[in-house]
Ligand binder design. Structure first.
Ligand code: BG6
Length: 492
């Protein structure tokens, strides 16, 4: 078990903390991954309406369905937690009390997790500096989105950089903490087999999808000013693209990995205006049905009084202009209110040049390597084999399962894993400031074009796979989006 640490979650009673961070920490306590001497301080703008224990119980009842919540463990967890009222715009008695609470004789790590809007990153970091909470044992974790464009991201990076050194700054992208994503790196860089095939010579195209069935739920205020391009593409999708496309790093340390990812971002083809219209589809969901139940439109869900151009869906075709990936399309897609929730990378290899099995009556599917991150981790290689024992000579597609089944409790959820990494000072699964800035450069070019475009976002019915144009993006190239409802091929 890793040493004890102190964690302060700014925005500790907010949405991210309630839905992801506290459940992750609780599961870490249950699995014996979080040292029981660790302390979790939650900052809040106002007092809780109920006792701390009842509040935790209520929120875990909704957010920790898988393992259930035991009263004894919950009571132990609650003892680790302290909730304090702290304002994030100016110092005062609340900050002096926080400083006293956090002062210690030992050098245990002190992690400040900023689960607050980027608009208060600067003031919070300044206050942490002012109250001497940015010393060597301190680290700051910044939740995405880091700003809303390149200029604001640069300003935040500058401001945070005045209070924390780069090796104390942990920009989080929880997709990098997912087990299947790390397994992708293990498979790519520990097997000559994959690395030899990993290029334009053998790969036809790559698809990366993060599909969500939920709408914007209670986050409309945030989402309306953000949209899918800033919320998902700028960070999660581009980070996944980097991990798939980067060159083998010399070592697995933070600097080596981040240098390789940065090279990918720098090689992304910048589209001109007409190329954006051709290669990027944006859309917003209208009313529709999910699992047979009628659901409202985006503007209905948000009770908007005027037209909104915020996109809840993006599909695009990107290119990486380097030797390895020349002319290989990377199709990226994300959307809310789609029929299913899944996240998946599909590497589709080129078709075979000639089939000697012509009379075998079965279409030969190209090989596919599938990395599924959601709803569960799954890695598989799809291949054609002889249909064993059948009366006629036929081929069939089978799936080679590459999963490594972890012992019970050994699989860490992404947020827990990343919090533990931050406490250890390991930056390999965090994002460097240059990566954030290059990703914004690429995304700003597209958003800037949209802002001046007479073409509004397309509409798609809630509960469908996005607008026709998203399919057309593929069909024009003679391809289609890959989707299988349960994500696995039955080999039987
Ligand atoms: C967050 C986005 O970063 O990722 C949300 O802000 C999105 O809009 C979420 O729902 C998806 O994460 P996951 O792990 O549930 O796929």
């Amino acid at each position: 078990m890793q040493d004890a640490f102190d964690l302060v979650i700014f925005g500790g009673t907010g949405d991210l903390s309630r839905r992801k961070l506290l459940p992750a920490l609780y599961s870490g306590v249950v699995a014996g991954r979080v040292h029981p001497d660790s302390r979790v301080v939650l900052t809040s703008r106002s007092a809780l309406g109920s006792s701390q224990l009842d509040w935790l119980k209520e929120l875990f009842a909704v957010n920790v369905p898988a393992c259930g919540v035991e009263d004894k463990v919950l009571a132990a967890f609650s003892k680790m937690v302290t909730i304090v009222e702290v304002g994030l715009m100016e110092g005062g008695d609340d900050w002096a009390a926080l400083k006293t609470l956090l002062s210690r004789d030992d050098e245990r790590p002190l992690v400040h997790f900023l689960a607050v809007p980027p608009a208060v990153f600067t003031s919070t970091c300044q206050l942490l500096g002012e109250y001497g909470l940015n010393g060597d044992r301190a680290r700051v974790v910044l939740e995405k989105p880091l700003g809303h464009d390149l200029a604001s991201a640069q300003a935040i990076n500058e401001d945070v950089g005045r209070c924390f050194k780069e090796d104390q700054t942990f920009r989080i992208d929880h997709y990098l903490g997912k087990e299947a994503v790390q397994n992708l790196l293990a498979l790519r860089f520990s097997n000559i087999l994959f690395e030899e095939l990993w290029s334009a010579r053998t790969i036809d195209h790559i698809q990366i999808t993060i599909a969500e069935d939920l709408g914007v739920e209670g986050r409309g205020g945030f989402y309306e000013g953000t949209g899918a391009m800033r919320d998902m593409v700028q960070n999660h999708l581009l980070q996944l693209l980097c991990l798939v496309a980067m060159e083998p790093p010399a070592r697995l340390d933070g600097d080596s990995i981040r240098e390789e990812k940065l090279k990918v971002l720098k090689s992304l083809k910048q589209f001109s205006g007409p190329e954006i219209d051709e290669n990027v589809v944006r859309a917003q969901y209208g009313a529709g049905a999910m699992a047979g139940e009628a659901v409202g439109s985006y503007s209905g869900d948000l009770e908007l009084q005027s037209e909104s151009e915020t996109e809840t869906f993006v599909a695009l075709k990107a290119f990486i202009e380097n030797w390895r990936w020349a002319n290989v399309p990377f199709y990226l897609r994300t959307g809310k209110r789609l029929p299913d929730r899944f996240a998946e990378i599909v590497i589709q290899f080129k078709p075979i040049p000639h089939s000697p099995h012509a009379g075998w009556g079965k279409h030969i599917n190209p090989n596919r390597f599938i990395i599924r991150m959601q709803p569960e981790d799954h890695l598989a290689l799809r291949m054609m084999v002889k249909n064993h024992g059948s009366a006629t000579e036929t081929l069939k597609e089978v799936e080679m399962n590459l999963d490594v089944v972890a012992d019970d409790g050994a699989r860490l959820g992404p947020y827990l894993r990343l919090i533990l990494d931050a406490a250890r000072g390991d930056q390999s699964l965090f994002v460097h400031r240059d990566e954030v800035e290059y990703a914004w450069r690429w995304v700003d070019n597209i958003i800037g074009h949209w802002q001046h475009s007479p073409l509004p976002p397309k509409t798609y019915q809630a509960g469908t796979w996005g607008p026709y144009e998203a399919h057309d993006l593929m069909m024009r190239d003679g391809r289609e989006w890959f989707y299988e409802p349960n994500g696995r091929l039955d080999n039987g």
